[in-house]
Write a protein that binds this ligand. Structure first.
Ligand code: HEM
Length: 346
């Protein structure tokens, strides 16, 4: 029979090793620690994808809150009403939608904690994954606070815009995380010609401009989130045009990027990522034009909001594949023609 670690050989309780409960707790913690992944495995990959999925998902449900005019469905924050944490029946469907979106934040928190736990054991070897998970994890409560401020400022369009933009950044970070779980650890080097990297960065600058102007169009438009909420005072029709110009420039540059990707190494899979970017962009432009010509129906606007963050994810994926692990590059002669020694960080 195995010796009881909580007792001395004479059978008396071992005072020096702590109480039996303490020993059991330490044993449980040790087993839990050993159960955590020591290197990237399926659990880590699944958690990274879940991080990206929930960040995209909450943009969809957050959009629903604004578009159904439920932004003040729960009129205060962090409580739903002054007297209750949950909506009351007389608040109707708006209260349920707004409260549902708030509740989804907890799903985000659980996924963020799991992601962090799944990389904490490999924090020395995979500092990139550790820091990304930590930043995303800390960003979630920050985003919840910005969401609270949108309610407390009566849905000020700039605060609502900031709330959306914070999600854009989160989706981008989550995409970096997904790309990194598949990447080899260690230093990375640029694996495409300088002109291609420049073209890709220029394209991502246009994505940023299009998204920011899109947010300003929304702030001027009819979907304020609540009947009484203020608008930013810009002319919505003129702003729609201003928003579509960088969108068309983006499409043109993406077409060049797709064509140019045939001159990069197939191992980087840039044809796939630029092709995906082009597909999402084409869909986004069709939806953008369609919604603008049909009086901004909420379903299309919601799709436009979600496609925008998917587009940001696709753009981030392109940028993440401009570099390759220095180790892989040295060993693989396929990269020989395209590798450039500039270090691109870890
Ligand atoms: C790749 C191209 C595009 C991107 C990345 C993009 C992105 C965005 C974003 C991020 C928003 C703000 C969402 C929000 O704050 O809730 C927005 C709003 C809007 N976009 Fe686009 N957009 C694109 C193309 C277009 C095009 C071509 C049109 C056609 C004119 C268009 C029309 C609109 C309109 C009307 C709104 C305001 C909707 C509202 O009032 O809520 N978009 N877009």
């Amino acid at each position: 029979m195995a010796a009881d670690p909580t007792r001395t050989p004479s059978g008396a309780p071992d005072e020096t090793n702590g109480s039996p409960t303490q020993v059991a707790r330490t044993g449980f913690l040790r087993r839990f620690w050993e159960w955590l992944p020591a290197r990237v495995d399926r659990r880590v990959i699944a958690a990274a994808w879940a991080t990206l999925a929930v960040q995209v998902g909450i943009v969809g449900t957050g959009g629903l809150v604004r578009l159904t005019g439920s932004g003040l469905g729960c009129p205060t924050w962090p409580r739903c009403t002054d007297g209750s944490f949950v909506p009351t029946p007389e608040m109707g469907i708006h209260g349920v939608i707004e409260f549902g979106n708030r509740t989804l934040t907890f799903v985000l928190v659980v996924v963020a904690i799991l992601m962090f736990l799944f990389v904490v054991r490999m924090r020395r070897r995979r500092r990139d994954l550790f820091w990304l998970s930590l930043v995303i994890g800390l960003y979630v409560p920050l985003q919840a606070i910005i969401g609270g401020i949108t309610v407390l400022t009566n849905l000020n369009p700039y605060v609502v815009g900031l709330h959306y933009f914070a999600s854009v950044v989160l989706v981008s970070l989550a995409t970096v995380l997904v790309a990194r779980v598949y990447a080899a650890p260690g230093p990375r080097v640029r694996a495409v010609p300088r002109w291609f990297a420049l073209l890709a960065h220029l394209t991502s600058a246009l994505v940023l401009i299009t998204v920011v102007v899109g947010i300003l169009v929304t702030g001027s438009g009819p979907h304020a989130g609540d009947g009484g909420a203020a608008r930013n005072g810009l002319d919505p029709e003129f702003m729609q045009h201003v928003h579509s110009w960088p969108a068309y420039a983006l499409l043109a540059l993406t077409l060049v990027l797709v064509a140019a990707s045939w001159r990069t190494d197939p191992a980087l899979r840039l044809r796939l990522w630029t092709g995906l970017l082009l597909a999402v962009e084409a869909a986004q432009i069709v939806v953008g034009l369609w919604q603008a010509r049909t009086g901004l129906p909420i379903v299309l606007v919601n799709v436009h909001m979600v496609l925008a963050v998917l587009l940001v994810a696709a753009m981030t994926a392109v940028v993440m594949h401009l570099t390759a692990s220095a180790g892989v590059v040295q060993e693989d002669p396929a990269y020989a023609g395209s590798v450039h020694a500039a270090p691109a960080g870890r």
